[in-house]
Design a protein. Structure first.
Length: 473
């Protein structure tokens, strides 16, 4: 039996952030076109595709186990009672009850349902009845076992470039028992080796950060300071209900703006988001007199082929929604992003991992206490931007014609936008709560309107921006 694997610091923090009102799983939505095969995908087809390949991704057959007195960082151990059928579900939109009658509604309901802790932390739901006879597979995966970069890698690993391509098979282990407390105690001792080895890395990163070129005072002022942002109606106080919406942006237009301004796709995305946030808050009757704050994860290594775990660190950027001119708004937002990402990379990632594992339960309790009460917040919205395959991928003889991601709504920053570039389109997934995002589909339409506004302004004023670095694109 292999040695039990203990969760890392960031993994444990994400596990303990989960509360009755805050499920901590993300959703990955694959839109399927089975025209070529001549018949719809069935639950049995999904089972037949998944079962032979569970061994490629070890966490798919491992469940959480705690060592007494060391529950802050549990173990993932091979599940002796693993039952694949318990992870597979099915919904037909044509026969669904109210609240489950379109794909976004299904995503919202599944986002509300916690993944059981007595089994591996994932589930698949096959959805029938989309427009044009299409189907979807919704994968729910706890953030403690996989971040966005790992999810993108996993999607590529389990799909092919053309029809008929299938990934190699790898059977999952079938343990006869679960490790006992003695084996877990040994695992606790072993787990401190990697953590102690982080200390000299932290020292090297700090010295390198001191030697790095420091930003100018103006650049430094462009980065949000922690807990200085005032609440807005985008900030919630904690509730169990979720709302979701999905849409697409014209990736060609986004790239055109990035090329015209010397920027990047991610920078343009946040400039567009600033415009949408401005329009949303003004429509709600709120005054927009100061920048808002977005939080996003910067990957430690964007080329890392890992299929699980978390290796990101958060950073923060000003969304200059207070600026009415779309080009000025993009310029200021892009500058904030460039400096913020530079500072994040200069600071390194080892310290984040080490500190996250010290007291993950305490951090969770502090968030739960502050979310409904604090007049200041860390951020107003959370974002992610990932680059996927430029061409459609295939699940055997089934074409994956769309890929959306819905992330986490964690109060007080309940609104979360994920952008995923796939097959020449930018797919947007928005999740929030009914109080913070009354009409999520309308907000995504504002994203499209803000892109058109910015595109038209850039066409008349080329060359405004020069130089920007992106955290993920």
């Amino acid at each position: 039996m292999p040695a039990p694997e203990r969760l890392g610091g960031r993994d444990s923090l994400l596990l303990h952030l989960e509360t009755p009102d805050v499920p901590m799983h993300t959703l990955k939505i694959l839109v399927l076109d089975s025209t070529q095969r001549g018949r719809a995908v069935s639950r049995e087809d999904i089972r037949a595709a998944v079962e032979p390949r569970l061994g490629l991704v070890p966490w798919t057959t491992r469940r959480l186990v705690e060592r007494r007195w060391f529950g802050a960082r549990p173990f993932l151990v091979d599940d002796a009672d693993f039952d694949l059928d318990a992870h597979l579900g099915e919904v037909d939109l044509a026969d669904a009850e109210p609240g489950w009658r379109d794909l976004d509604e299904v995503c919202a309901r599944l986002a509300e349902q916690h993944l059981p802790r007595d089994r591996p932390l994932w589930a698949l739901t096959l959805v029938h009845g989309l427009d044009g006879g299409r189907q979807a597979v919704i994968a729910r995966v706890h953030h403690a076992v996989m971040d966005g970069l790992a999810a993108a890698n996993l999607f590529s690993a389990l799909t092919g470039e053309s029809s008929g391509d299938v990934p190699p098979a790898a059977a999952a282990p079938r343990p006869s028992s679960t490790p006992g407390q003695a084996a877990l105690a040994v695992g606790v001792l072993r787990s401190w080796g990697p953590r102690l080895r982080l200390l000299p890395v932290i020292g090297r990163e700090r010295r390198a950060s001191r030697r790095a070129e420091q930003p100018s005072p103006d650049d430094a002022a462009s980065v949000p300071r922690p807990l200085r942002a005032r609440r807005s109606s985008l900030n919630g106080r904690g509730e169990a209900s979720r709302v979701c919406a999905s849409s697409r942006l014209d990736l060609g237009a986004v790239r055109g703006i990035s090329q015209a301004t010397g920027g990047t796709v991610t920078g343009v995305l946040h400039g567009v988001l600033a415009g949408a946030v401005r329009a949303e808050l003004l429509a709600r009757g709120e005054r927009v007199e100061a920048p808002l704050v977005a939080t996003f994860g910067v990957a430690e290594d964007v080329a890392d082929p890992r299929l699980g775990g978390n290796a990101i660190a958060e950073t923060h950027v000003h969304l200059h929604a207070e600026l009415s001119d779309p080009v000025a708004r993009l310029e200021a937002t892009a500058r904030s992003m460039r400096v913020s990402v530079g500072q994040r990379r200069s600071a390194g990632f080892a310290r984040t991992e080490f500190l996250a594992g010290l007291a993950p339960r305490v951090a969770s309790r502090l968030r739960a206490l502050a979310a409904p009460r604090s007049p200041v917040v860390l951020n107003h919205v959370t974002t992610a931007s990932l680059r996927g395959p430029s061409e459609h991928r295939w699940l055997g003889d089934v074409e994956v014609v769309g890929f959306f991601s819905q992330s986490l709504a964690v109060a007080p920053a309940d609104v979360n936008l994920t952008a995923y570039s796939y097959g020449g389109e930018m797919y947007l997934g928005l999740i929030g709560t009914p109080r913070t995002m009354v009409d999520p589909a309308r907000f995504l339409r504002r994203m499209g309107e803000a892109l058109v506004e910015l595109d038209e302004a850039i066409r008349g004023r080329r060359g405004v921006l020069r130089g920007e670095e992106s955290p993920s694109q």
